[in-house]
Each structure stands twice: as structure tokens, then as C-alpha cells.
Design a binder for this molecule. Sequence first.
Ligand code: PMP
Length: 375
Amino acid sequence: SSILSNVLPAPEDPVLSVIFACRDDPCPVKLNVSARAYRTEEGKPLVLEVVRKAEQQLANDLQGYLPIDGLADFNKLSAKLTLGDDSHAVEENRVVTIQCLSGRLRVVFVPNPTWGNHPFIFTLAGLCVEYFRYYDPQTRGLDFEGMLEDLGAAPSGAIVVLQSCAHNPTGIDPTLEQWEKIRQIVRSKGLLPFFDNAYQVRSTCLFFNLNFHGFATGNLDSDAQSVCMFVADGGECLIAQSFAKNMGLYGERIGTLTIVCTSQDVARKVHSQVLLVVRPMYLSPPIHGASIVTTILKNSDMYKDWTIELKGMADRIISMRQQLYEAIQARGTPGDWTHIIKQIGMFSFTGLNKKQVRWMAKEYHIYMTYDGYVI
Ligand code: PMP
């Protein structure tokens, strides 16, 4: 008799189905455009030169278990990167940062739509997941009024998940003026903001071309960015920072959770609770990715090289959007396609429907998820 034969098949995952459909297509010229990661012109993952250099420096230098909350220097540098060198919260010792396994609390509100894993993660954490309006299919832009209305109706104490920039999956971000209104409503309603920082580096968004000048020269107007706006007001805030995209360390599973508290005393208590959560889960985080990131952040030459490679990725993505838009226009395709260049980051809601997505796969062997989501 078999116990495991009673296991039911898991529901189909929309992203995995695309991967499998493309994999099983015998056509030699096929393409999965929902591939979830940055790819080179040849369709290969990109390993940053600065990461290779850091790895060479680290050879033979990794040993032992890390503490429960991770590599201390990594946590310190990562918090500085996210919050800025001159963060009052850091200076006042009210920030708790722990090393986490990459991009990973009562009612939690997430954008509709959001990264597909968010609802799973929060449900598994025992939270009740609700949605706030975000995407307006009519304008292929932000439903800002709907978003404010839903946040305004959220119960006090609820967690609100906000993506700091390059929103997955829509590629649509609020403007700075809209962020300020969001901040006001979050604070006035007593909600707890939880930023998913999968694409942001310090005050600079990885794919926000305009801000790179500031990043490269170190002259950032840090208050002008979403996370910093929330931290600057002295209120509480959670930030999940990933190094998957910005350092190309996808497989290393390296990130941090930073919790900005209102006082050092609160931070101490929160830290003790966080250790208690980690201990039975994985006891101590992996060392390799944390060491690479630390090596790069610690060394000013390597840090500068990193920003240059980052800009290379960001510029290429912007240019690919432009090329796609121009190719669509050149063919006289009906409809308004300006959303392709208005959206930012790696993600684009193309506006294609299920039927059109199917047709693209059948006729051209180009695969994407059924909601027309391209990465
Ligand atoms: N959050 C968002 C919004 C994402 O898009 C992703 C990756 N697609 C993640 C988190 C997870 O990234 P990782 O676990 O690789 O850091």
C-alpha cells in the first residue's frame, strides 16, 4: 500500500506552464519572453564582471556557519545601501537588518496584480491576503484613485505591501507626488508599510534611468524616492531587499529584511523575535552570496564598477523597449502601444489577451504568460 499515492497534483502554475510549453516545443527558433530574469543578447544569464572579481578574491576564504541573522558586515552595508549613508534611523540604532534568502505579518494588502508569489508567501505566514486596486486595464496605467480608496478603507494596523520601483508585473510605478499621497494615507490610517525592494539600490531604482547620474556621483536626492520618503518621516517600515537582480546573483538567494523601528528599545525587542523566527526555519543563512555582496560594497572601486555595470543593464532594457515600440509602430499595428515605453523595468503588461498569446505561441513559437506579461 502506498501512502504517497493519495497525493493530489498541485494546481498548474501559470509561469511554470509557459516554461514547460516552450521547453517541449520542438521548433528550433522558439523564445520564452516570460523568462523571469535579465538575459544577454544571446539569451544567457549575465554574470557581472565585478561579481567574478569578488569571487576570485573570496576563493578559499569562506568557512564555518554564519550567525542566525547572517554576516554582520553584509547586514550593515545592505541597510546603508537601502536607507542611505546619512540615515537618521541607522544613526539612532533603530534599524534591524537580517540576512535573508533573497526577496523574502494580520491582514496584508497587496497590489492587484502583484508578483505571483506574494499571496502564497503571506498566506503561508498565516496572514489574510487582501488586494488594493493598482492596474487599470483601460489606461494600462495606475488606478491611483482606486488605490487610495482601498488603502483608505483598510483596517488600522494592516500591512501594505508596496513595490518600491519597477512594479512586477505591470512595470507601472506611482509618480513622486503620488507616493507622497500614498505615504500620507498609510501614516494617517496607521498601516504598516512593507516595501519589496527587488529592483532598487539605495535611493536609486535599478531601472530608473534618470537617477543614475545621482547614483554614480553620490549626489542623490534621497528624500525623493519611495522608501526614503517613508523612512524619513520617522515612522515604522519593513523593507525586503534582494541582490538577485541588481548584482545578477539570482541563484545565490541573497537579500535582507530591514525593519525600521521608532526607537532603539523597540528595535532590540524586534531583533530578538526575528532570531526566533529564523532559528527553526534554516538556523543560519548561506555565506557565499553575502560575501560577494559585502566584498563589492566595501571596496569603493568595485562599488563604482558595479554601478557602471548596473547602468549597462538598465540602459539596454530601456533601449529594448524603444526598439520593440518602434518595430510595432513600423508595422502599422493598430492600437496605442505607448505603454511599452511608459512602463519601466524588466516587466511589461503588453495588453495582449489570452487568444493573442496563444496565437503568438502557435504561429511564432514566442511564449509568454496568458495575461500577456513579458519579462
Ligand atoms: N519580489 C518581486 C516583486 C519580484 O519580482 C521577485 C522576483 N521576480 C522577487 C521578489 C523575488 O526575488 P528573489 O527571491 O530572487 O530575490
